[in-house]
Write a protein that binds this ligand. Structure first.
Ligand code: APR
Length: 240
């Protein structure tokens, strides 16, 4: 059985990473155009680098929660293909999966990029970025390039879409966890999965605007709902 799981900010909320569209949202004090568009970066690189430097530093203060760990356990034990697509730029999934080696059919994609990486403005080449970036940070890849956060900003193309589309077209089960479904193309994955004949499940604190597109819904904090869902999935898989 082929599985695609999409996660959003809600899965990291109980780790202490703020969600985007809550009243205490991440963008507070900054308009999205200022800090999450290529135009914002061109207009004020110091502000944008500082914004992501702060968020990168905050990663040191948070840990994966029971929901991340439950998905890592699932990845270790799932016998079919399992694509985990996250819209999150934190590294909490990565840290959870590092503790339990995933099965061979598992893959994790950060479709909106990663805080702990940077890329060259000229070549696009990606490099690990554990620390702060300067406003005009020299790129090791091009004399004319700078390093910028490896974050997909509004107006830019999400990463690895061909891999995601291919997995969804083969999916038997599609699960959307902790995402408001407000931002495309991720918001359209459930319809693609339905067209492919997959069963679709929404897991969220509360039903989202698109809840009607899912066959089933499981509502409550991710640290409770995700482990419960993973347990029942592994039990039904073991019964064949
Ligand atoms: N458990 C489960 N779900 C939760 C929890 C929780 N503890 N806390 C919040 N949620 C849910 C909210 O109900 C909401 O539906 O998580 C969702 C968070 O939605 P958004 O803040 O819109 O985040 P997300 O869907 O990941 O945003 C998508 O938008 O701004 C861009 O690029 C950014 O990747 C981001 C994208």
């Amino acid at each position: 059985m082929n599985l695609v799981v999409l996660t959003g900010a809600g899965i990291s909320a109980e780790s202490g990473v703020p969600t985007f569209r809550a009243s205490d949202g991440l963008w507070e004090g900054h308009r999205i155009e200022e800090v999450a568009t290529p135009e914002g970066f061109a207009a004020n690189p110091a502000l944008v680098q500082d914004f992501y430097n702060k968020r990168r530093r905050q990663l040191a203060e948070v840990q994966p929660n029971l929901a991340h760990h439950a998905l890592a356990e699932l990845a270790a034990r799932w016998e079919g293909d399992f694509l985990l697509v996250t819209q999150n730029v934190d590294d909490l999934h990565d840290r959870a999966h590092a503790l339990v080696p995933p099965a061979p059919g598992f893959q994790l994609i950060h479709m909106h990029g990663e805080l702990l990486k940077a890329h060259c403005t000229v070549t696009g080449r990606v490099i690990d970025c554990p620390g702060d970036l300067d406003p005009r940070h020299d790129s090791p890849f091009s004399p004319d390039g700078w390093l910028r956060p490896h974050i997909v900003w509004f107006g830019e193309m999400p990463l690895a879409m061909h891999v995601i589309d291919a997995a969804i077209s083969q999916a038997d089960l599609f699960v959307s966890i902790g995402t408001s479904g407000a931002v495309y193309p991720a918001a359209g994955f459930v319809q693609d999965a339905r067209r492919a004949g997959a069963r679709t499940v929404e897991i969220n604190l509360e039903p989202t605007q698109g809840a009607g597109l899912f066959d089933d819904g499981l509502y409550g904090p991710a640290t409770e709902t995700v482990p419960a869902f993973v347990d029942s999935l592994l039990q039904s898989a073991s019964k064949g």
